[in-house]
Each structure stands twice: as structure tokens, then as C-alpha cells.
Design a protein around this ligand. Structure first.
Ligand code: NAD
Length: 498
């Protein structure tokens, strides 16, 4: 069986803690590898390597740093099939979806090729008599990223690309469910010309996370995962004097107005609700048709579509979605569906007993569709993170708007309508970080920033876009006066520009 260790100082390093975790093939339920779980000492070794390498990297001019990313982007494209297969085999998502995961990360690498321009800062000539004032954006030093299982390529690249482009060294602690792609990305970064020690991958669980959060040489922590852990990481990082951006869970609503193109809306719901088996932080898990007639017509369209979802292992090129990531995830999702039935929601498509011949031990759950879900139900309040779409019927626009407004989470939301006025009002009033207008999954591209509101995000700067450059650098402001000759003596009064 494959043993997955760590990647420290440009080399593969075997784990020494004696603790490991199994890595499954979710389509078959077989254990295909074992990943090492790092000890404090192993994390400390990665930090020592980062600390030794970082000053020289920070002093490397930004054009040269950018060239590493030019090479890396080329390598990602050249290795796309290999990376997608590696990813699907551990995560379970389809190969095409795995390519989407990689390409969304690749686009962040393309964005940071602009680092010479992105890291330019401000300058004021003549801020006072003979005084110039300017700001420097300097790397924070050593940054760390803690990532979830559901995007093992994109989310590590969201973090390490801007961090490294800004001149930092980086420690990546990927999800222990699918650690192979992150390690492969680090190898490719070395092949692209990155010096050893600038990107280290330390595999592990809570213990490695705690070692990161308390290590005095790590200045900034980026986290993406579930809300309870995001809250914990944010608090612990702050208590230890680190800046942190921590993203959590979601419950994304899609409002369907009576004037919407219902075929378009139903197709959008299928992709956004069931793609990647619903294991996306931007998946639509709640559909809110406005008016009884809209709801009835929507359900009529959705039922046959959900029933005919093609579910299969990643090797099935025609599959719409694959299995869930682990047995625990499958048990949890099935349990929540049972709960929804007990709570009185109407399960109009029941995928609980889905079985695939030859893959009976895989972690599959068939597509499920609930109608008549209400805000008090657990299936409405909880992030299910599975192929389950809940329909909550709203009487009118205000009632529909109120649902995502009052929900704990605030990651993404969408409205489907032909009415520009309704769309504009919605985008302006909604208290959610990413809004789609006739776009079900409004994930911003790499040159805009990505981030939720409310319990979906802790911290004030988003992933990618110019926010990421701010997060991975700190500002130093210089006030300089160059005397031109004989000057008056000391000044005792607080200088102002009055
Ligand atoms: P998770 O919270 O279980 O794990 C995330 C990371 O935290 C992993 O690296 C894991 O090893 C570590 N971790 C787990 N338990 C820990 C603990 N007790 N203490 C410290 N660290 C711990 O999340 P997951 O199941 O891997 O990912 C799914 C979740 O991530 C969903 O809630 C999803 O919505 C969320 N997510 C959010 C976004 C976003 O942008 N908001 C993006 C992707 C995923």
C-alpha cells in the first residue's frame, strides 16, 4: 500500500510520528493509501526549512517570482490528465469536474503572474515640506494554509499562489482525505523553479493544525473547511498573534421568480445541486420558487431530471456525479435525509437506497429531492453536503428574500428572473458574500475576490483577487524628509498638515 508522507525542503519525507490515516477510493470503499499525520516536530522541521529559504525568496525580484508561476501554469496544463485522475481517485468526483477543480486553481496562478504590478504600492510626493510618504507591501514571512477535502487542487492554489508570489514561504496542511494532489503540486512547483523550502506540505489532522496555530514563526493562517473548525482556527490564530482568514460552511439558496425561464432554472439547479454530489461550498442546496404555480412547475421539471441522474465512479466518463468522500459522509447524509422525512418534508425523489452494480461498497447516495421544506427543519438549517436539494416554497419576493437573509450562513446565493429591477434590488439588499443573477454558482474569477459573509467566513480579507495580495503582505509606511541644507532646529509640537 502507498505510504504518503510529507514534502519538506523540496523533498519527500517519510512520516515519523507513527500516526497515520487511511485514504480510500470512495467508489469502491477500498483503502488505497495511508497518509502520515505529522507531529509537532515534523511541523517544526517544515517551518525551519521555510524560515531558512524565505529571505532570499523575498529578495528575488517580483518578475522572477512571476516566472516560476508561468512555468508552473505550463506544467499544470501538461499534467492535467494525470492530476485529474489522481484527484478523482481519492475524492470520487468525475474526471471533468476534477479538471475544473485544477483549472480554477490554475487561474489563480495566472493571476499572480501579475505580481510585479499587483504588489506596487502608494507614494505621495510632498506630503509636507520636503516630505514624501510611501507604503511598502512586504511579505508576512511564513504563511500556512489548512484546506478541506472537497477542492484538493483549487483551494491549496488559492492560498499558496498569492502567498508565494508575494515573497512568503508557505506550509500547506491539506485534508487527510485526499492528500496526493497537494504533494504533486508541490513537486511541480519545484520543477517550475521554486527554491526548496518555499512550499512545504505537511500532512496531518488536528494535531498538525494546532502545531501551526501555535508556532511562533508562522505569521498568517488561511483556513477553508467547516464552520466550527473555521471559528476555532480563527480564534486560536488570533490568540497567538496571527492574522487569519477562515472560511466555513454554507447553505446556498436559489430564488426562482415567477417570470424566470424555468427550463434554464431547472438545468441550473441540477448542475448546482448535484454536481460533485453536492460536496461544494457553493452548491445550491435550497431552491426557493416564488408562488405556488412556479413551485409546482419547477418540481414537475426537476423530478424526472433527478431520477435520471447518472451516478458512477470517476472512470465512468458519462457520470454526472460520483460517490461521497467517506463512509462517515454517506452515513451522515443518509441520516439527515431520514431526519427530513421524520420532520415532515416530502421526499419526492428518494436516492437513499441507490446501489451500483460492481461498486456495492462505494459511498454512493442517489440524488434526493425534498419538497415542502420549512425553515424550522434540520434539513434546512444544516449544511447537508450531499446530493440533496430542498425546495422551500415562498409566497412572494419578500418572503423569498427573507430566507437567505435569516439563514446562519452567507456564502453564495442566486436569483433567477427576467426582471432587472428585482435582480438589482436583490443584489443590493441580500446579506451574502457572492450573488448570482441567472448564474447558479457565482464563484468569482481569480481577479475578483472570493468570500462569504456571516458564519461562512471569519476575518476580513477574501481569497484571491487583490484581497489576497493584502492578506499575504503587511504594510509599512515610510515618512521621509531629506533636508536640503541648513534647517531650523528641533520641533516640539506634534506635526500636522494644517
Ligand atoms: P473540515 O472542517 O472537516 O476540515 C478542514 C480542515 O480542517 C482539514 O484540513 C482537517 O484536517 C482540519 N480539521 C478537521 N478537524 C479539525 C479539528 N478538530 N481541529 C483542527 N483542524 C481540524 O472540512 P471538510 O469536511 O474537509 O470540508 C467540507 C467543509 O468545508 C464544508 O463545510 C464546506 O462548506 C466547507 N468549505 C467551505 C468553502 C468556502 O469557501 N467557504 C470552500 C470549500 C469547503
Amino acid at each position: 500500500m502507498t505510504e504518503i508522507g510529507h514534502f519538506i525542503d523540496g523533498k519527500h519525507v517519510a512520516g515519523t510520528s507513527g500516526r497515520t490515516s487511511p485514504v480510500y477510493n470512495p467508489a469502491t470503499g477500498e483503502i488505497q493509501a495511508s497518509v502520515s499525520l505529522a507531529s509537532d516536530a515534523e511541523l517544526a522541521a517544515a517551518v525551519a526549512s521555510a524560515k531558512a529559504a524565505q529571505p532570499k525568496w523575498a529578495a528575488t525580484n517580483p518578475q522572477r517570482r512571476a516566472r516560476v508561476f508561468i512555468n508552473f501554469v505550463n506544467l499544470l496544463n501538461a499534467h492535467m490528465d494525470e492530476l485529474a485522475t489522481l484527484l478523482s481517485k481519492e475524492h470520487g468526483k468525475t474526471i471533468e469536474d476534477a479538471k475544473g477543480d485544477i483549472v480554477r486553481g490554475l487561474e489563480v496562478c495566472e493571476f499572480v503572474i501579475g505580481i510585479p504590478h499587483l504588489s506596487k504600492s502608494e507614494f505621495t510626493e510632498g506630503a509636507g515640506p520636503n516630505i514624501d510618504m510611501y507604503s511598502l507591501r512586504q511579505p508576512v514571512g511564513i504563511g500556512a494554509g489548512i484546506t478541506p477535502f472537497n477542492f484538493p487542487a483549487m483551494i491549496p492554489m488559492w492560498m499558496f499562489a498569492p502567498a508565494i508570489a508575494c515573497g512568503n514561504a508557505f506550509i500547506l496542511k491539506p485534508s487527510e482525505r485526499d492528500p496526493s494532489v497537494p504533494i504533486r503540486l508541490a513537486e511541480l512547483m519545484i520543477e517550475a523553479g521554486l527554491p526548496a523550502g518555499i512550499l512545504n506540505v505537511v500532512n496531518g489532522d488536528k494535531s498538525a493544525v494546532d502545531a501551526i496555530l501555535t508556532h511562533p514563526d508562522i505569521s498568517a493562517v488561511s483556513f477553508v473547511g467547516s464552520t466550527p473548525i473555521a471559528r476555532y482556527v480563527y480564534g486560536t490564530a488570533a490568540m497567538n498573534g496571527k492574522r487569519a482568514q477562515c472560511f466555513g460552511g454554507a447553505k446556498n439558496h436559489m430564488i426562482i421568480m415567477p417570470d424566470a425561464d424555468l427550463d434554464q432554472a431547472a438545468n441550473a439547479l441540477m448542475g448546482a445541486g448535484y454536481g460533485s454530489a453536492g460536496e461544494r461550498c457553493m452548491a445550491i442546496s435550497v431552491a426557493v420558487p416564488v408562488g405556488e404555480e412556479t413551485a409546482n412547475r419547477l418540481i414537475e421539471k426537476l423530478v424526472p431530471m433527478v431520477e435520471s441522474l447518472r451516478i458512477g465512479p470517476y472512470t465512468d466518463e458519462k457520470a454526472d456525479m460520483g460517490p461521497l468522500v467517506t463512509k462517515e459522509a454517506q452515513t451522515r447524509v443518509r441520516g439527515l435525509i431520514d431526519k427530513g422525512v421524520e420532520e415532515g418534508a416530502k421526499l419526492v425523489v428518494d436516492g437513499r437506497d441507490f446501489k451500483l452494480q460492481g461498486y456495492e461498497n462505494g459511498y454512493f447516495v442517489g440524488g434526493c429531492l425534498f419538497d415542502h421544506v420549512t425553515p424550522e427543519m434540520d434539513i434546512y438549517k444544516t449544511e447537508i453536503f450531499g446530493p440533496v436539494l430542498s425546495v422551500v416554497r415562498a409566497k412572494n419576493y419578500e418572503e423569498a428574500l427573507d430566507l437567505p437573509m435569516k439563514h446562519e450562513y452567507g456564502n453564495g446565493v442566486a436569483i433567477f428572473t427576467r426582471d432587472g429591477d428585482a435582480a438589482r434590488d436583490f443584489a443590493s439588499r441580500i446579506n451574502i458574500g457572492m450573488v448570482g443573477v441567472n448564474v447558479p454558482i457565482p464563484v468569482p474569477l481569480a481577479y475578483h475576490s472570493f468570500g462569504g459573509w456571516k458564519a461562512s467566513s471569519f476575518g476580513d480579507l477574501n481569497q484571491h483577487g487583490t484581497d489576497s495580495i493584502r492578506f499575504w503582505t503587511r504594510t509599512k509606511t515610510v515618512t521621509a524628509r531629506w533636508p536640503s541644507g541648513i534647517k531650523s532646529g528641533a520641533e516640539f509640537v506634534m506635526p500636522t498638515m494644517r
